[in-house]
Design a protein around this ligand. Structure first.
Ligand code: AMP
Length: 280
């Protein structure tokens, strides 16, 4: 495994491989790696000849400065895990490499970004699109792997690829969970002990909402889940939405013939957790 810090170094390393028609897979991350990230690496290694992983805590996607400051960073452990997972290249740039000057690009994702994460984290998806498009420019991957854990982000990335007419296949990967059902997340490390114990309720309530589908109205299900989450000591729901899984627009009834999903964001103490579930 080679760890490279500049776009030029990565270009020089990848060009000969691309020239001899090796397929290049890419997994962008912000580090503090867990089995969720490693599952993306495994999918990448299955589908592509070469696996490139980036680690970059992207400041432009943090709407909350304290969230950026406290974001976990553990470079040695991360490199160890990526080496064990047989990654070929790790791109580990400094801020100046990715943002030699301010990135003033503004993306318009329309209604996709006006709900849920987009509505509650102003500028977040613009920052995501800025960094992912820059990384795609550098890596020029054939395929890029993203977790369904970040359901709306996946939709935004797919839209960005269409808008910019990029030649990269976006491969969705299922959410990897802790044994108690909590979706793995780098932020789980920041949870207070008691909040971590209670956090399995998020998955339990998403499953409960599946049980309630068609038995109670969308409004009733939303009310039940939000109240149940807020009843947990130290938890506060930011949103729980039942949406069209393609457009991410909120649904008001079960009868619409569209794929459906529920997405949730909850504060467990000061730590914000997200999760989702698809309704079949
Ligand atoms: P992050 O480091 O949080 O920016 O995540 C990097 C990538 O890993 C994104 O595509 C995430 O959706 C994905 N990811 C994060 N957590 C999980 C998980 N529990 N299961 C699967 N993929 C995940």
């Amino acid at each position: 495994m080679k760890t490279l810090a500049t776009a030029q170094q990565l270009n020089e390393a990848l060009k000969p491989l691309r020239d001899c028609k090796k397929s290049i897979g890419f997994v962008p991350t912000m580090g503090a790696l867990h089995q969720g990230h490693i599952s993306l690496v495994k999918a990448c290694r299955n589908k592509c000849d070469i696996c490139v992983v980036s680690i970059f805590v992207n400041p432009t996607q943090f709407n909350d400065k304290s969230d950026l400051d406290k974001y976990p960073r553990m470079p040695e452990k991360d490199l160890q895990k990526l080496g064990d997972a047989k990654v070929d290249f790790v791109f580990y740039p400094e801020i100046e490499e990715m943002y030699p000057e301010e990135d003033a690009r503004v993306f318009d994702f329309g209604e996709l970004e006006q709900v849920m994460e987009g509505a509650h984290r102003p500028g977040h998806f613009n920052g995501v699109a800025q960094i992912v498009s820059k990384l795609f420019d550098i890596v020029l991957p054939d395929m890029a792997f993203f977790g369904e854990k970040d359901f709306q982000q996946l939709a935004i990335i797919k839209r960005m690829v269409q808008m910019l007419n990029l030649n990269v296949e976006i491969v969705p990967c299922e959410t990897i969970r802790e044994p108690d059902g909590l979706a793995m997340s780098s932020r789980n490390l920041l949870l207070q002990k008691s909040d971590r114990v209670h956090a399995s309720v998020i998955r339990e309530l998403l499953l409960k909402s599946v049980e309630m589908k068609n038995k109670a109205s969308v409004v009733e299900v939303k009310k039940y889940i939000v109240e149940a989450l807020n009843d947990v000591d130290n938890f506060k729901t930011e949103y729980f939405e039942i949406v069209n899984a393609d457009t991410l627009q909120p649904l008001n009834s079960w009868t619409e013939d569209v794929p459906k999903a529920a997405c949730v964001a909850v504060f467990a103490g000061r730590i914000r957790l997200i999760d989702n579930i698809r309704y079949s």
